[in-house]
Design a protein around this ligand. Structure first.
Ligand SMILES: *Cc1c(COP(=O)(O)O)cnc(C)c1O
Length: 378
């Protein structure tokens, strides 16, 4: 079905075709070519100094994190139940036992006040997700993790360039991951990155990303032939994709300005309606500067949400919901019972409104009008 207003529409920043043509002319279409290097340099500079490696997806960057931490069947890994499958699956692939954490009702981020109770002597890592590009309470999470000697990984698929107390998200864990999937703020269709904050991981990350070979040491002239030295896989995106991505990353300020305008329009036009109708809008704590990744409503009930989705569809508007709680999924249930009542409640009532860079004011007014009509306003 075609919608007048889709949920997401990939938007070009301007230089994508030009850069892809250059990448083809360069004769280096495989990984780690000139455009990949430019993306690395841009992200390393803008994020104030971590090592950044482009990957084929955020899913693959998470898999690299699980490999770098040597996660094994002896280990437990704490992940929020309210997240995309890949946050958990990367660690399940190593055979680790997943322990699902509940979320806070305000930000829908991992509930730091109930984190410590989930830690056992087997806990290897805590994976946090900065939901909707609003940072988790990192002071509290890092303090809990360090008391128990547990590593923190940030799944920052939503939050590139968001900040917590002035520091970019993705700079707090030993490792963090980014997504450049079509539905994210900056995209090349499919893509991601591993952000390495602990330099001790750099050398092995290069090897894991190059199929377990020391190929990148060879190119740096540090060894005279390259060979298989560790486990690994093929996690390098083509330089054609990096060319696409560079065009988007260079336009980051304009892209974020557009997304901020979309977010603020929804906020301005819906907050009164929300208050009057027991609907909740996103909460951005004062410590956080958000990434303007999405705009969601939390409706009073599941029935109300489903009825609103249907009403919007009739007006040619596609709205969507997520996530199916992982602890209730077929795979998630294999890790044993866990208590995530807030996740179960909020995931059944959450609705995401259309959100993309080029969403026009007219189309947004149409969305707002349809929501108002549903609640009998105007
Ligand atoms: C999109 C997303 C991913 C997966 O990203 P890919 O680049 O598609 O692999 C992982 N975690 C979260 C929270 C996401 O939103």
């Amino acid at each position: 079905m075609d919608f007048r207003i889709p949920f997401n529409r990939p938007c070009l920043a301007g230089n994508e075709y030009k850069y892809i043509a250059q990448a083809i002319a360069n004769g280096h279409a495989s990984g780690d070519g000139p455009f990949t290097r430019k993306c690395h340099e841009l992200l390393e500079r803008e994020l104030d100094g971590p090592r950044v490696l482009l990957t084929t997806s955020c899913t693959h960057a998470l898999e690299m994190a699980a490999l770098l931490l040597d996660c094994s069947p002896e280990d437990e890994v704490i992940v929020p139940s309210f997240t995309f499958v890949s946050t958990a699956n990367a660690f399940a692939l190593r055979g680790s036992r997943l322990v699902f954490a509940d979320i806070s009702p305000d930000t829908l981020n991992l509930d730091e006040s109930r984190l410590e109770a989930l830690i056992t002597p087997r806990t290897k890592a805590i994976v946090v997700v900065h939901y909707a590009g609003v940072s988790c309470d990192m002071d509290s999470i890092l303090a809990t993790a360090s008391r128990h000697g547990v590593r923190v990984v940030e799944d920052n698929a939503h939050g590139l360039f968001s900040r917590y107390k002035g520091t970019y998200t993705g700079r707090f864990g030993c490792l963090a991951t980014l997504s450049f999937h079509e539905t994210k703020n900056f995209t090349c269709g499919e893509g991601g990155a591993l952000v390495i904050n602990d330099p001790a991981f750099v050398e092995r990350a290069l090897i894991i990303r190059e199929k377990g070979t020391n190929r990148s040491q060879f190119f740096r002239g540090q060894v005279d032939k390259y060979t298989w030295v560790d486990i690994g896989s093929s996690y390098l995106p083509s330089d054609l994709l990096a060319a696409f991505l560079l065009a988007q990353l260079e336009a980051r300020e304009e892209i974020q300005r557009k997304r901020r305008r979309v977010w603020e329009y929804y906020w301005q036009h819906l907050h009164a309606l929300a208050r009057e109708n027991n609907v909740r809008l996103p909460v951005v704590p004062p410590k956080c500067e958000q990434a303007y990744h999405m705009f969601y409503l939390i409706l009073p009930s599941l029935e109300c949400r489903q009825a609103l989705i249907t009403h919007l569809k009739e007006q040619g508007i596609l709205s969507v919901f997520h996530y199916v709680p992982l602890h209730l999924s077929t795979m998630g249930m294999k890790f044993g019972a866990c208590e995530c009542p807030v996740t179960e409640d909020l995931s059944s009532r959450l609705l995401r409104l259309p959100f993309y860079n080029d969403l026009t004011k007219d189309d947004q007014a149409h969305v707002v009008g349809a929501v108002e009509e549903f609640f009998g306003r105007n």
